[in-house]
Ligand binder design. Sequence first.
Ligand SMILES: Cc1cc2nc3c(=O)[nH]c(=O)nc-3n(C[C@H](O)[C@H](O)[C@H](O)COP(=O)(O)OP(=O)(O)OC[C@H]3O[C@@H](n4cnc5c(N)ncnc54)[C@H](O)[C@@H]3O)c2cc1C
Length: 348
Amino acid sequence: MIDFKQNVSLKDYTSMRLGGEAKFICFVTTRIELLEAVSWARNSNLPIIMIGGGNNIIWSDAGFDGLVIVNKISGVKISNEGSDNFYLTIGAGENWDEIVQQSVDLGLTGIEAMSSIPGTVGASVVQNIGAYGQEISNTLLSIEAFDNKISDYVILSASQCLLGYRTSLFKHHEPGRYLITAITINLKKANPIPPFYRSLQAYLTDHQITVFTPQVIRQAVQEIRSTKLPDPTKIPNCGSFFANPIISYQDFFLLQRVLNQQIPHWKNSDDSLKISAAWLIEFVGLKNFHDNLTGMATWDKQPLILINENSKSTADLEAFRDKIIQSVLQKTGITLIQEPEILPLVAR
Ligand SMILES: Cc1cc2nc3c(=O)[nH]c(=O)nc-3n(C[C@H](O)[C@H](O)[C@H](O)COP(=O)(O)OP(=O)(O)OC[C@H]3O[C@@H](n4cnc5c(N)ncnc54)[C@H](O)[C@@H]3O)c2cc1C
């Protein structure tokens, strides 16, 4: 029997530690429990939001007048059919970084550069997580989910998930429709091959590392991240608060000329490039900016990370966010786009 807890503070279900209360919250550990939770919510006429570890969400101050389902569905199945290709089917509630560790222990490459990303496996496809040159989209084969629209479990292929830069079917096209229960990825038994992401390569060069195994890359990424990123269990934050803006080459060269600056950027596979949102925030003078009015700050080593120092509400966070967006817009003409979602979404 599922325990439906009532009037629960949602601060404990977001790494930003802000927000109101959920009318009900429950944990599901199996597909059958998920069916039970969904049917309970339907009978009670309550909307549903599924979450994992809460590392990429912020709750509104009004809270959520519905049922929050925390996904705790576990299990890992590995098959390889005698080749170098390994197929991993993983329960959506599994901890992402523990899965990366397991894959590296097996000598598999494909997700090792995404080490230390906090959160669950199911959420990894929601925003198509990525770091140091790898994205879940590079290895995803399919997902399994409960489809709220047809009230049944479905399998969606990777292409049906519409994964893009920090976006997916689940985040931007049909939020709330699919409750993801498992994902299947394809990893290879091989060593990672250069070229590596610029800052990762710089670390490898500095440390005179020339033999690349999945374990070596994982360790390098873990060390880089530990010096740059605040631990969300100690310092409330949601990681990168803004996505790197995507602009055309033409706009990029124009912007560099107007600002008279070299802007860090990465080429995309199409005719566009990503520019560094962290650089834009630093350029407008808001790196390591502590705002007494809102109790929020930007992290001293990475201004893309907004930290809650002693904020009282999500409204404070939003005011701080708007200050940054306005300042960057006025001085560069670029509009920063927020990465973590504020829940509940209005349309949900
Ligand atoms: C310090 C720090 C560093 C970070 N670094 C990175 C990084 O390098 N790269 C990166 O991409 N992200 C990064 N993030 C963001 C975050 O870790 C990822 O987005 C992660 O995938 C969130 O997982 P979660 O389980 O906490 O998701 P949650 O925050 O619980 O949920 C995120 C979204 O997914 C939905 N969701 C969650 N689980 C399911 C499910 N099973 N079915 C359907 N919908 C679901 C939720 O409704 C919500 O919309 C970082 C965050 C922090 C705090």
